[in-house]
Design a protein around this ligand. Sequence first.
Ligand code: ADP
Ligand code: MG
Length: 353
Amino acid sequence: MAWRPFGWLTSRFSHDIGIDLGTANTLVAVRGRGIVIDEPSVVAIDRTNRSVLAIGAEAKTMVGRTPAHIVAVRPLRDGVISDFEVTERMLHYFIHAAHTRSGLGLRGPRVMVGLPSGATEVEKRAVFDATRNAGAREVHLIEEPMAAAIGAGLPTFDARGSIIVDVGGGTTEVAVCAMGGIVVSTSIRVAGDEIDQAIMTYARQVHNMQIGEATAEQIKLEGASAFPLERERTVNFRGRDLTSSLPKTIEVSTVELRDAIAPAVAAVVDAVRKTLEITPAELVSDMMTQGVALAGGGALLPGLDRRISQETRFPAYVAESPLTCVVRGCTEALTALEALGRVGSQTAPARRR
Ligand code: ADP
Ligand code: MG
């Protein structure tokens, strides 16, 4: 082990935790140790007694495979908290797991949680309380697109404007940031999940075939795209024939797959275009040179960057490690708080009474 003359200092800092509470994935990073949790935001529940059976990756494998009384819930699916109790238990579990896995001391961590920008005051309060109850000494909340922009390395504290597009599972968030704040933003409930749904609908309507959600996502990862590919190919669809109920496998070309998901992709592109349209003119010129940064898992859809460039006439690029931008932005924001003299300690939303 390295000799660290300022060990007390680093150990103090290591109590800083960033949490990306995503619609599809929850990530937890500990300052000085990196990402310690990266798991699906899924909770498996026994409906008969509402007990939690599994959380995270284990719960995700249960989706669509469990007996009827066991349900796999994604409490943040649409970017809003559909089930406070389940969200709380999930957060609690992940914070504890992060604590144990990174071998942190007993002192409660300082936590920055990234929330979808559409979160209501009640939802913010719920997340705040849940994080507090999980043992956090200090809790701060940040809007996800802001965290994504920081994590993507955009000059968010500059007077120059920058634009981030975060395509997640349930929501796509577009935000223009400048001077440490969000100037304009758009949030739509069309993202990765909607693309999966489009693939399921296509299989049903065009090939009279039923495929599961997990299969649809797998097909997307294998062959979906937003812009013509250099080499188009075919992808296998494995499911069940709707008429005979027998297993069936078909081959679908990537061209056809692209057509199937076109409406969802168009909605994402439209959200970017509309946000650019309402952006103050002075900021637009900065953004023309810097370009549109893409974050979130959906940013990895091949050709999405080219498609956005083509339709908005702004250069677009995929940020480095797009799936981890938010969580890295959260921990960085804690550092920024320090630099600002802890002004952020009032980030607790007003208590509703
Ligand atoms: P959230 O922040 O909402 O939790 P993420 O940023 O973790 O969402 O992104 C999850 C979404 O990204 C899922 O819909 C997943 O299918 C999609 N995704 C992940 N990798 C890829 C990829 N290579 N191509 C297309 N979509 C992807
Ligand atoms: Mg996200």
